[in-house]
Design a protein around this ligand. Structure first.
Ligand code: EPZ
Length: 420
């Protein structure tokens, strides 16, 4: 396993280019299962989860690979499809459950390992299954696998109990090739959903309501290949905005999807961070001092749960007490004890955290537990006095492309080492 050794206290200054979005690329690449013909994806980030997705597509009978060793283009094409997504893959990446909709739509059957929980919670898929049953699918549980069958998916009027991101994505893909019209109500509105809608429409799907919580899908008989560029990663961008603020620096983020970050930007502004938007990207400069704030995570366009750990690290540097209420996942405070090892004063009660700022962070060995908790520890290490070692950084590599290269290029001092 590897670790990052971070020597903190250095303000970040310079320019960072934002990579393609992991959470847009995963469903959009899996959607190639629906398509007759070759698809060329551009701006695909080179991340662990992307390589896992390519492996999964090949197991399912598709050709799928980066077009060269270092680039960001992926060529994919559905071949003679197989219905099974095996456990050893699904357990490393929950998003594998997103093959359910496409396989049922193309093959009429699917066998997908039930995604176990993960560090941030149980994360069931009951909303996906209930909605697909409304379209005529039947599911059995067979020794840890979801086995789905349907003679033909039929359009349905579906209301989600909760605006589930993955559930909305699975149903959008299933409905694109179903017979008749599907309405998805209380659908998730995350920008990555809009990117998936735009990709499916580029392949010939008939979907309206993009960006709203009600999506109308008129099923078509087939989808054709196309070339498509993945949207920039708003969570990577939000993480780097926070890095500038926590180190007292100034960064220019190229290809920053500022429109998709309004909740994060306005919260950081309330803490005293300055922003300047322009067509090429977003400039962020830290304020003279940081004010405390209150954050409650919400489905989009509310404050994203994927930025909760990162802003909590920043709050340790603010004057006074800040609060965080996590409403999306039941166990997304794994970063708290690790921040505590660095001197942070954070008190937890249920889904609420109170962060008392003003004390310096002191570098220490800390353990990553999930993707965004890892990012929070890196941010704390950048601001801390002395040296921080963040271990088990395979979590980090799932969602950040060359994070230490990007941060070192703007003044950080980070080394990646084998963790013996
Ligand atoms: C997506 O996960 C993202 N992952 C997550 O990002 C993100 O945190 C999450 O959306 C919320 O924005 C990808 O896009 C690959 P949900 P997903 O279905 O689809 C419960 C990251 O850091 N739920 O909206 O799993 C579920 O347990 C990752 O990049 C059910 O109860 O999110 C959770 O508490 C982490 N039943 C909540 O809803 C269901 O059938 C949100 O889940 C589905 C979900």
């Amino acid at each position: 396993m590897e670790k990052l050794v971070i020597r903190g206290g250095r303000p970040l200054r310079g320019k960072i280019e934002i990579s393609g979005s992991k959470n847009a690329a995963l469903p959009i690449m899996l959607a190639c299962i629906l398509v007759d013909g070759p698809v060329l994806y551009r701006n695909v980030p080179r991340l662990r989860d992307i390589f896992t997705t390519l492996k999964l597509l090949r197991i399912l009978g598709c050709s799928a690979a980066f077009t060269d060793e270092a680039g960001h283009e992926v060529a994919a094409e559905a071949g003679a499809l197989m219905p099974e997504a095996p456990y050893d893959l699904v357990c490393t990446m929950r998003a594998s459950v997103l093959v359910l909709g496409p396989l049922l739509a193309r093959l009429g059957r699917a066998k997908v390992a039930l995604p176990g929980g993960c560090a941030i919670g149980a994360r069931p898929v009951d909303l996906h299954l209930k909605a697909l049953e409304r379209m005529g699918a039947r599911f059995d549980l067979d020794s840890g696998y979801i086995v789905g069958t349907c003679a033909e998916l039929r359009g349905a009027d579906i209301t989600f109990d909760f605006p589930t991101v993955g559930g909305t994505e699975n149903l959008l893909m299933a409905a694109s090739l179903a017979r008749g019209e599907t309405i998805l109500r209380n659908a998730a509105r995350e920008p990555e959903i809009s990117d998936l809608v735009n990709f499916l429409c580029a392949c010939g799907a008939e979907i309206s309501g993009e960006g709203s919580d009600t999506l109308h899908v008129r099923g078509v008989s087939s989808l054709r290949g196309c070339a498509y560029s993945i949207m920039p990663d708003r969570i990577e961008a939000g993480t780097f905005l926070t890095a500038a603020a926590i180190t007292g620096g100034e960064l220019f983020l190229e290809n920053c999807p500022a429109e998709a970050l309004n909740a994060v930007i306005s919260k950081l502004e309330s803490m005293g961070v300055g922003f300047e938007r322009n067509p090429e990207g977003l400039r962020v400069r830290s304020g003279a001092s940081l004010k405390s704030a209150g954050v409650t995570t919400r489905p989009y366009p509310g404050f994203p749960t994927d930025m909760q750990a990162q802003i909590m690290a920043l709050m340790t540097r603010a004057e006074g007490s800040s609060t965080v209420e996590e409403t999306i996942f039941e166990n997304r405070f794994m970063h708290v004890p690790e921040l505590g090892r660095m001197g942070a004063d954070i008190e937890l009660s249920g889904s609420r955290a109170v962060i008392r700022g003003g004390r310096p962070l002191i570098g220490a060995p800390v353990m990553a537990s999930d993707l965004r908790a890892s990012a929070s520890l890196v941010l704390a290490g950048l601001a801390a006095q002395g040296e921080t070692q963040v271990r088990r950084i395979y979590h980090l590599d799932r969602g950040y492309e060359h994070i230490e290269h990007k941060l070192n290029a703007v003044g950080a001092d980070i080394t990646r080492l084998e963790d013996r």
